[in-house]
Design a protein around this ligand. Structure first.
Ligand code: UDP
Ligand code: MG
Length: 315
């Protein structure tokens, strides 16, 4: 049966947050409807998160879990949740209580007003390191310049989306997901509500700088070709510049009768060109890696275990 609200929670080493999260979600969601489901996607946690989830699902028939065979990453965990949820409206929320479940009624209120996407925009970010906040701010500002559609700044994946949007997302085949970009890209009626992002309750962030960098790259390569255009223009500009330098060198040698000497000019120019070449190949490589993933066409994730009926029958 269709639910009124589905809540999707990606879980990676959150054993000490799950119970409190569940209680707060329950209070918040049941103030709207009793026809709800919580879908927890355990993304290869190596703590007791799965046990906590199984315990909850035994207590509450509206709690479902999907256990991945290993860590596939936050975006993929949310993607799996989207595929198996049945709600008319779907909330995506982090498990570490940085996103307050108490905001859900407000998100739902906007949904009832007719919005298809209501994202929660962080007004204040507490607790995260200066470097994380600074890199994230910088990334969103760069991304905004690279893409051709409106992308809200400073939002994570905490949001409510309606069934129509979920259906579109489920039909977007890309392997490297950047959901907040995909949602912004697909349009419909979107709005936001503001909230203060708390510190993570227990445990530590599962987003290493490596994972953040990957997400940033997926965001850029998935939605903009400008870096490629930039590389080819740069190549053109540098070729032009070298041509002038060559002309000058010939002129100096034959006409002025002085040959430009020096190790410094040689090493500087070869390092400069070498650096630019590596950068350019790297940028092209990012795009090729994206194509490679898409043509491999592997499943996005492997499910080890679940209490969702459709899944149980297929494992
Ligand atoms: N998460 C996940 N897989 C990962 C890393 C994180 O499912 O590989 C989950 C995590 O449990 C949390 C959400 O994604 O619910 C956001 O992650 P986290 O709080 O670690 O990121 P941060 O808030 O530090 O950016
Ligand atoms: Mg967090």
């Amino acid at each position: 049966m269709e639910k009124e609200i589905s809540v999707i929670v990606p879980v990676y080493n959150e054993q000490d947050n799950i119970f409190e999260l569940y209680n707060r979600l329950l209070t918040s969601v049941t103030s709207i409807t009793s026809n709800y489901e919580f879908i927890f996607v355990n993304d290869g946690s190596n703590d007791n998160s799965l046990l906590e989830l199984i315990k909850l699902s035994n207590q509450d028939d509206n709690v479902f879990y999907i256990n991945f065979s290993r860590n596939f990453g936050h975006q993929i965990a949310v993607t799996a949740g989207l595929k198996f949820c049945t709600g008319n409206s779907v909330v995506i929320i982090d498990a570490d209580l940085q996103d307050p479940p108490e905001l859900i009624p407000e998100l739902y209120g906007k949904y009832k007003e007719g919005f298809n996407v209501i994202y929660a925009k962080r007004e204040i970010r507490e607790g995260e390191t200066l470097l994380k906040r600074a890199t994230s701010k910088l990334f969103y500002r760069i991304l905004k310049r690279l893409i051709s559609f409106e992308m809200p700044l400073d939002t994570g994946d905490f949001r409510l989306i309606d069934k129509k949007v979920v259906k579109v997302l489920n039909n977007m085949p890309e392997q490297s997901k950047f959901l907040r970009g995909q949602v912004a890209w697909l349009g419909f009626k979107q709005t936001h509500v503001l909230f203060n992002r708390d510190n993570r309750k227990n445990g530590k962030s599962g987003y290493s700088y490596g994972k953040m960098f990957k997400l940033a790259m997926d965001g850029i390569t998935g939605f903009s070709d400008i870096p490629l255009v930039f590389v080819s223009r740069l190549g053109l500009a540098i070729s032009f510049l070298s041509f002038i330098v060559i002309l000058y060198a010939i002129f100096a040698h034959f006409v002025l009768k002085e040959t430009i000497t020096g190790w410094t000019s040689l090493i500087i120019s070869s390092l400069f060109i070498g650096g630019i070449q590596l950068l350019s190949v790297g940028i092209i490589g990012e795009y090729i890696s994206r194509i490679n993933k898409n043509t491999n066409n592997r499943p996005l994730y492997i499910i080890d275990k679940s209490n969702i009926q459709d899944l149980k029958d297929n494992i």
